[in-house]
Ligand binder design. Sequence first.
Ligand SMILES: [Mn+2]
Length: 322
Amino acid sequence: MNTTDSPIGPIGPVGPVDATKVPRYAEPTTFARLPRLDEVSRADVTILGVPFDSGVSYRPGARFGPAHIRAASKLLRPYNPALNVAPFAKQQVADFGDIGVNPFDITEALNTIESSITDLRADGSSVLTLGGDHTIALPILRSLARDLGPIAVLHFDAHLDTWDTYFGAPYTHGTPFRRASEEGLIDLERSQHIGIRGPLYSEQDLEDDRVLGFQVIRSDDYEVDGIAGIVERMRRRLGDGPVYVSVDIDVLDPAHAPGTGTPEAGGMTSRELLNTLRGLVGVDVVGADIVEVAPAYDHAEITGIAAAHVAYELLSVLALNR
Ligand SMILES: [Mn+2]
């Protein structure tokens, strides 16, 4: 699964470092021990770290998420039996590393993120972003929508993230999808939240959310519909056009993801989340993020491992859709 060189250059994707020859805990840390982007000619999928958490409303610390997810990804292996695919062999996946964004000026940070995403996508690469707090989804959607028009957002989260402002501030981790909807970035007929639960400010939050273009699948719905039923509802809503997948790790129950900023009881299991993501095979996924991993509240890498496996399933879906 390593470099396959021929006299005329690489003839296939450069895969992870071979764990049967170099121990997993050795060598510099990239996602899944994949090559850095500057070590390959181009990537079909680029992993990008965005260590930004200046938009959080409660526990800070998601700026350390990218490094934590990479560290927890060292145990990922090359073959995914659940989907019968080798995601790093079927496509070139490479890790760009992190971009530096201004922690004191959110507007400047959003612009930096948007232009970085646009640059990485310029040669046709898909970008899988490791956050960072949920604020970063907005500039990513700005970049995608400029090329693709309004796209469906499939949003896994305990929270709606369609609130208006906090302390008068429009750009926060609780508001990215309201801004995205107002800016015309999302398809109002095809967007969906999955995993919603917990107390709201008022009943009006749900009404506003509907008007902004989202359909809600609640965490509790898994109990009634099961994973297969949820996947069917998800695919019916997403339809045929482009889809952006945004995974807030707090969609998982705190038992499955304690290391996050705004935990809510009654969440999904990691098994439910991974199986739901597998249901995206054949859906036109054009990009994805995994956000809100805050390692200071994690224990034994529970949250980091969950996030790494979320990334692995998304990469597997992208490989099969190629
Ligand atoms: Mn969120």
